[in-house]
Design a protein around this ligand. Structure first.
Ligand code: SAM
Length: 284
């Protein structure tokens, strides 16, 4: 994979740290949209892919399922987190499955690929809408497919809780900029609606299957919604406080209170509704 595409400049990636262990605490719930997405690839793609890339592959366990599903394909996982790639690399299968430590913004294939998959990662890439157009035109083969899933835009109760606590007088000077930022739980999320993605990709000549699903995750234990987002959407806030353990503890306590109100604990667990956008676009 070439490191950078000459002549194209995009915004810098959001610098967020990732903790594979925390992320994998809800492995089954996080895997479900990936499988729901990949299940639709065959509906749009008209042949088995020979080359597959998983952008924002995380710890790689889902990337490995792509190699299982298409045994003749060469599969590459790409991720900008050194910790995630370190977790993924032991899953390497020489000639069949490998992992590259690289930002999505810098990814460019040596030759066009047949299938690009990206699950729960493009919301971290502010330039992804522009990149989708470029990939469709130049980075995938005719007949190839791009399949991605992102959290749907719009004010989830969790995003509102993070921003409300971050904008309070106790935290505003350190966290207001994060709340305003372009991360998936910031107010300027780069994520578009399903119909906007459909319109963009259909205008580029793709056959597009776009849809939205709300999962009702029933989570066990105490403060599970805080734990869930500590692995993803809360990370930019925690990163901004990194090195100040007392501030991290106090901020998490404030967020936990707000989340308990927004997502009450029931006798059977805590329900986290999570709306996700799916797009599978086949290049004709
Ligand atoms: C929510 S995790 C999803 C991981 C995996 N796709 C899955 O479904 O389990 C988001 C992943 O995107 C990666 N990521 C975020 N921004 C990125 C970027 N600009 N370039 C490459 N990877 C990025 C993170 O390191 C993280 O591993």
């Amino acid at each position: 994979m070439a490191a950078w595409r000459a002549g194209v400049t995009y915004a810098a990636p959001v610098a967020t740290t990732w903790d594979p262990e925390q992320y994998l605490r809800f492995e089954a719930e996080r895997a479900r949209p990936f499988h729901d997405l990949v299940a639709q690839v065959g509906q749009v793609a008209h042949r088995s892919p020979g080359t597959v890339v998983d952008l924002g592959c995380g710890p790689g366990q889902l990337t490995a399922t792509l190699a299982d599903r298409w045994p003749a394909a060469r599969v590459t996982g790409v991720d900008s987190s050194a910790a995630m790639i370190a977790e993924a690399v032991p899953r390497t299968r020489p000639g069949r499955l490998d992992f590259v430590h690289q930002a999505i913004e810098d990814w460019w294939p040596a030759a066009p690929v047949d299938l690009v998959v990206s699950n729960a990662a493009l919301q971290w890439v502010p330039s992804h809408v522009d990149l989708l157009g470029t990939w469709v035109r130049e980075a995938i083969t005719p007949g190839g497919t791009i399949a991605f899933q992102v959290p749907s835009p719009g004010g989830s109760a969790a995003a509102i809780a993070f921003r409300t606590v971050a904008a309070s007088p106790r935290w505003a000077d350190r966290l207001a900029a994060v709340a305003l930022g372009s991360g998936p739980r910031g107010s300027r999320t780069p994520v578009r609606t399903p119909d906007e993605y459909l319109d963009l990709l259909a205008r580029l000549g793709c056959a597009v299957n776009a849809w939205e699903t709300t999962y009702l995750h029933v989570l066990p234990g105490e403060d599970p919604v805080l734990e869930w987002f500590s692995g993803t959407g809360l990370r930019p806030y925690l990163d901004a406080l990194a090195g100040d353990a007392e501030a991290v503890r106090a901020f998490r306590t404030g967020v936990a209170e707000a989340l308990r109100e927004a997502y009450p604990r029931e006798p059977y667990g805590t329900v986290l509704p999570f709306r996700r956008t799916f797009v599978v676009a086949g290049r004709r």
